[in-house]
Design a protein around this ligand. Structure first.
Ligand code: FES
Ligand code: FES
Length: 155
């Protein structure tokens, strides 16, 4: 076992992991951050997406040891003082979720998009979310929510 040290949702955390421990396992099983979901075994669904130094990463594809020293944001760390993050609020307002299973990954991927594009088109959003699957909504409202959230975040 090796100690890994990182910042998670603004707090310094350490954990003992082995070489094969995945970031999603560290987050869910050792740090108790179960808002990061596991929807597949094949790196396809994006339910496990988190931000690593501001960039969305499928946490089932990253080893815990690879994020040594990084700053990780999970869905639990997005709101501030009980207020939804603008992207979370946009998903709520535009009915961008049903069961909510895919939502943490969708929201965090969308936050990353907002740091890259000021006014993404529908096609831009659909292309960006290519790696995030939803079994419920048919994507229409998700796309609207992401566009609105990006606008709220100021691009
Ligand atoms: S659980 Fe990571 S992509 Fe599906
Ligand atoms: S809202 Fe149910 S999987 Fe997306």
């Amino acid at each position: 076992m090796t100690q890994v040290a990182l910042r998670v949702n603004g707090m310094d955390r350490t954990a003992e992991v082995d070489a094969g421990t995945l970031l999603v396992e560290l987050l869910r099983e050792q740090l108790g951050l179960t808002g990061t979901h596991v929807g597949c075994d094949t790196s396809q669904c994006g339910a496990c997406a988190v931000l690593v130094d501001g960039r969305s990463v499928k946490s089932c594809t990253a080893f815990a040891l690879d994020v040594e020293g990084a700053s990780v944001t999970t869905i639990e760390g997005l709101s501030t003082n009980g207020q939804l993050h603008p992207m979370q609020a946009a998903f709520k307002e535009h009915h961008g979720l049903q069961c909510g299973f895919c939502t943490p990954g969708m929201v965090l991927s969308a936050v990353d998009l907002a740091s890259r594009m000021k006014n993404p088109s529908e096609a831009d959003v659909r292309k960006w979310l290519d790696g995030n699957l939803c079994r419920c909504t048919g994507y229409h409202n998700i796309v609207r929510a992401v566009q609105a959230g990006v606008r709220e975040m100021g691009g």
